[in-house]
Design a protein around this ligand. Structure first.
Ligand code: ADP
Ligand code: MG
Length: 332
């Protein structure tokens, strides 16, 4: 199977919304009048972003999910994406499974593959997504205001907890791994929530590198500080992301050795969550909770934006909490 046969067989489908898709020098998109394009790229490298031997179907899902998460954080509706792929070899079974995971998520969000590039090399997946939103409506990092509630979706920290268990850093209680590993391998981008937060949230970001580190980006962009109720965030790990489903909820201890400090570390500094962290005026609390219910996504208030710069962490008893909750940084 040569390069062009590979593209034809696995990555070419009839276009639906795009004016031109795979097969020419450029794809063509026609944004509706009054709409802006939201564009974002994310790269996944074997050994850096995922373990060698990761199930290709889940990888196809995740490669697109992390990109859709960026659209969600801006409140954009997914339109289309491109796929730049470096592959060590043209493995038919691997490609079929990868494409299955990729297109299942793409179809669930009405997001079509319109082009890309394919080359031989170490496994590397780079996707660029295109979304649309009404001119001027994008949720940005810079809009947080003192007094805003700080909200988080889902259960940040579950992905990190799974990763550590897979690496043998700690042991999970019987039966906890499958649900947690699904959060790591197949995150659900909060696209519907992002759309629901347009006009409601003052600022938003998706959590890819760790809650506090990503919060700091919002604080820097908004020139503000925050108080964070660390244990309210950490407790979510056991409660689960979806209030309407038992999946990912844990009645017993998640860890064989209960360790509140470790759960805090995972919740506040664990990466790969793809949850939304956003701020909204306290007057919008009921509307925010209603948006979460409509999207079947748990939304939790975990702090407040303050005028004074800096991050202040409090534990369950309201006592200041020290600790190093540095986020993931590729070059640190
Ligand atoms: P060019 O030589 O113009 O760069 P290519 O030969 O690389 O084009 O690709 C041929 C067509 O296939 C283009 O339309 C390109 O967008 C598309 N394409 C290449 N690789 C992929 C891929 N992995 N997924 C989707 N489309 C792809
Ligand atoms: Mg060309």
């Amino acid at each position: 199977m040569g390069e062009f046969e590979l593209i034809r067989r696995h990555f070419t489908r009839p276009v639906r919304r795009a004016a031109l898709g795979v097969g020419d020098d450029c794809a063509l998109l026609s944004p509706a009048p009054g709409m802006q394009l939201a564009i974002s790229s994310d790269m996944l490298l074997e050994g850096r972003h995922f373990l060698a031997g990761t199930d290709p179907e889940r990888l196809g899902h995740k490669a697109l999910a992390v990109n859709l998460s960026d659209l969600a954080a801006c409140g954009a509706r997914p339109l289309a994406f491109t796929l730049a792929l470096a592959l060590p070899r043209a493995d038919e079974a691997w490609l079929a499974a990868f494409a299955r995971g990729l297109f299942a998520l793409a179809d669930a969000h009405g997001c079509e593959l319109i082009g890309g590039d394919t080359t031989q090399g170490p496994l590397n997946i780079c996707i660029t997504v295109f979304g649309e939103l009404p001119q001027g409506d994008a949720l940005k990092r810079s809009g947080a205001r003192p007094g805003d509630d700080l909200w988080v979706s889902g259960a940040p920290g579950q992905a990190r907890l799974a990763l550590g268990a897979l690496r043998g850093e700690w042991h999970l209680s019987e039966g906890a791994l499958p649900a947690l590993q699904a959060r790591l391998d197949a995150p659900s981008p909060r696209v519907a929530l992002g759309l629901a937060l347009r006009g409601l949230a003052n600022s938003a970001i998706d959590i890819s590198d760790g809650l506090l580190g990503d919060l700091q980006h919002v604080l820097d962009a908004s020139r503000a500080g925050a108080v964070v109720w660390a244990d309210d965030a950490a407790n979510l790990i056991a409660v689960g992301a979806d209030p309407q489903s038992a999946a990912g909820q844990f009645d017993a201890e998640i860890l064989t050795q209960p360790d509140p400090a470790l759960l805090r570390q995972c919740a506040l500094a664990g990466g790969d969550d793809y949850e939304l962290l956003f701020t909204a005026a306290p007057a919008r609390r009921t509307a925010v909770l209603e948006a979460g219910r409509r999207c079947a996504t748990r939304l939790t208030r975990i702090g407040q934006i303050q005028a004074e710069p800096g991050l202040r962490l409090l534990d369950a008893r309201g006592q200041p909490l020290a600790g190093d909750f540095a986020s993931f940084d590729h070059f640190a």
